[in-house]
Ligand binder design. Structure first.
Ligand code: NAG
Ligand code: NAG
Ligand code: NAG
Ligand code: NAG
Ligand code: NAG
Ligand code: NAG
Length: 409
C-alpha cells in the first residue's frame, strides 16, 4: 500500500470488525485464544500481518483478562471506606467518583440536560474509563487539559494508582494529601498506560440511581463487570447528609432541632433514596440472567461490624487475592479514635461505633416520618423500625436484623 491514510482506514476498519465479531463470539466463548487464523477468518480477504494480529489480539486479550469492579452506592453510605478496601490493594486501579465531573459539567447547563441523556453520559464515561481511555474524561475537566495534561481534577489523589509511578513520579504510592500537593499534574496518556498495566479496575460511583441504569454496561461482555452494591439504613444516611450537606438539607436541620416539619421541606430527598434502593434490590432479587455472577449486596452495617470478614467476601466475589497488609490496614483504620464527624470525609474512624450512632442524633419525629416513607425498603434490608423514643435511644438493642445476602452466582 502506498498511502499511509489507507493503512489507517484499514486498521480502523479491522479494529471495528474484530471488536464487533469479538463481542458477538465472546458471549458464547469468553476465553477463546486470539490467533492469527482467528483474525484472518474474521477479516475476510484483507491481508493480515503479524503486527496487526499481535496488536489486535493484545488489545482484545488485555481487556478480557482485566476484571472490572463497580462500587455502586449513594452519598453518605460509607462508600469511601468500602472503596479504600480496593484502593489499598496494589493490583487494583481505583477511581473515586469520576461521575462528579460529568454532573458538574452537564447538570448545571442551561437549558438543563434531561435525565436520560445524563445517565447516558455517565455510562459512556464509565465505558471509556474501564477501557483505560482517559482522554474521554478530559471533556469534563476544567480548565481543559493542554497536551493531555490535566491539572488536579476532582479527588484524583484519592486514587493510589494516580499517585504512583508512572503517573506520579514518586517512589511509592502517596497518601491523598501529599499526592494532591506533589502530583497535581496528571498526564492523561500516562494514566491510560498505567491503567492498562493493572489486572483489576475498581470505580466507585454514587450518582447512578438504580441498577437497571447499569444494564447495558453489565451486558457488555468485554467489560466482565462485577457490581458491589452498598446500602445503608436510610435513617443513618439522612442523619449523615443533614450534618454534611448543610445547604441542601437546611430545612431538615430545622426539622431535626425543632421536631416540626417545615411546610416547604422537600421530602423527595429521602423518598428517592428509598425508591432507588427498593427498585435496585427488587431487580437484583428477581435474579435476572444479566446479573448472574455479577452482583453482590453489602449492608454498610455489616461491613462496619466486621470489616475483615466482609472485605474477604467481596474479594472472593470479584476473584481478588487477599493481601496480609490489608488486614493491618483495616485494623488500623477502623480503630482510630477520631470522633465521628470531626472530618466529614474521613474513612479513618472507629467503624464499629458509627453504624447506629444516628439514633442519638436524629429527632424521633424525623425517624417516624422516614419509617413511614421507607417502610418497604427498611424491611427489604432488615432494618427494624422503632415505636418509641425509648427504643430509639437504647443502643443496646440493635435495629439491624442479621441477614445473609449471598452473591448471586
Ligand atoms: C501492601 O504491600 C504491597 C507490597 O507487598 C505494597 O505495594 C502496598 O502498598 C501495601 N499496602 C499497604 C496498605 O500497606
Ligand atoms: C505525557 O506522557 C507521554 C507518554 O510518556 C509523553 O509522550 C508526553 O510527552 C507527555 N506529555 C507531556 C505534556 O509531558
Ligand atoms: C439534631 O438535633 C440534635 C439536638 O439539637 C443535635 O444534637 C443533633 O446533632 C442534630 N442532628 C443532626 C444530624 O444534625
Ligand atoms: C482493633 O484493634 C484491636 C487491637 O489492636 C484488634 O484486636 C481488633 O480486631 C481491632 N478491631 C477491628 C474492627 O479491626
Ligand atoms: C470503638 O467503638 C466500640 C463501640 O463503641 C468500643 O467498644 C471500642 O472500644 C472503640 N475502640 C476505640 C479504639 O475507640
Ligand atoms: C435497653 O434494652 C435492653 C435490651 O432489650 C434492656 O435490657 C434495657 O433494660 C433497656 N434499657 C433501658 C434504659 O430501657
Amino acid at each position: 500500500m502506498e498511502c499511509s491514510w489507507k493503512i489507517l482506514v484499514l486498521l480502523i476498519f479491522i479494529s471495528l470488525a474484530i471488536q464487533y465479531t469479538a463481542i458477538k463470539s465472546l458471549r458464547t466463548n469468553m476465553m477463546s485464544p486470539c490467533t492469527k487464523t482467528m483474525v484472518e477468518n474474521r477479516c475476510g480477504n484483507i491481508k493480515v500481518t503479524d503486527d496487526i494480529t499481535r496488536a489486535l489480539c493484545e488489545d482484545i486479550n488485555t481487556r478480557q483478562s482485566r476484571k472490572h469492579i463497580l462500587i455502586f452506592a449513594t452519598a453518605r453510605s460509607g462508600s469511601s471506606f468500602l472503596g479504600q478496601l480496593f484502593n489499598q490493594n496494589p493490583d487494583v486501579f481505583y477511581l473515586f467518583e469520576p461521575l462528579y465531573l460529568v454532573q458538574y459539567t452537564l447538570a448545571n447547563k442551561q437549558p438543563a440536560i434531561d435525565r436520560l441523556s445524563l445517565l447516558g453520559a455517565y455510562r459512556d464515561l464509565l465505558q471509556n474509563l474501564y477501557d483505560c481511555d482517559f482522554y474521554h474524561l478530559e471533556n469534563y475537566i476544567k480548565p481543559p487539559p493542554k497536551d493531555h495534561v490535566a491539572l488536579s481534577f476532582f479527588r484524583h489523589a484519592a486514587s493510589k494508582a494516580l499517585c504512583a509511578p508512572p503517573v506520579c513520579k514518586q517512589e511509592e504510592r502517596l497518601e491523598e494529601n501529599k499526592c494532591a500537593k506533589r502530583c497535581y499534574k496528571i498526564n492523561m496518556t500516562l494514566a491510560s498506560t498505567a491503567c492498562r498495566s493493572y489486572k483489576y479496575m475498581a470505580i466507585k460511583i454514587i450518582r447512578i440511581p438504580e441498577i437497571d441504569h447499569l444494564k447495558t454496561l453489565v451486558e457488555d461482555p468485554r467489560l466482565n463487570l462485577k457490581i458491589i452494591q452498598l446500602v445503608r439504613d436510610p435513617r443513618a444516611v439522612l442523619a449523615s447528609r443533614i450534618s454534611t450537606f448543610g445547604d441542601q438539607y437546611r430545612l431538615y436541620q430545622i426539622w431535626n432541632s425543632s421536631g416540626k416539619m417545615p411546610h416547604n421541606l422537600d421530602l423527595n430527598l429521602i423518598k428517592n433514596l428509598c425508591i432507588d434502593y427498593s427498585r435496585s434490590v427488587e431487580t437484583a432479587f428477581s435474579r435476572p440472567s444479566w446479573l448472574k455472577g455479577r452482583y453482590m449486596l453489602v449492608r454498610y452495617e455489616d461491613l462496619a461490624r466486621d470489616p475483615i470478614k466482609k472485605a474477604n467476601e467481596m474479594y472472593n466475589f470479584v476473584g481478588l487475592e487477599w493481601k496480609d497488609n490489608l488486614t493491618a490496614w483495616i485494623e488500623e483504620n477502623t480503630n482510630a479514635s477520631v470522633p465521628y464527624n470531626v472530618n466529614k470525609y474521613t474513612t479513618n474512624r472507629n467503624s464499629s461505633e458509627t453504624p447506629e450512632n444516628w439514633r442519638l442524633r436524629l429527632h424521633f419525629n424525623i425517624v417516624q416520618a422516614v419509617q413511614d416513607i421507607c417502610k418497604k425498603t427498611l424491611s427489604q434490608f432488615g432494618y427494624q423500625s422503632v415505636d418509641s423514643i425509648h427504643q430509639l435511644k437504647n443502643l443496646s438493642q440493635t435495629l439491624i436484623e442479621p441477614r445473609e445476602f449471598l452473591p448471586f452466582v
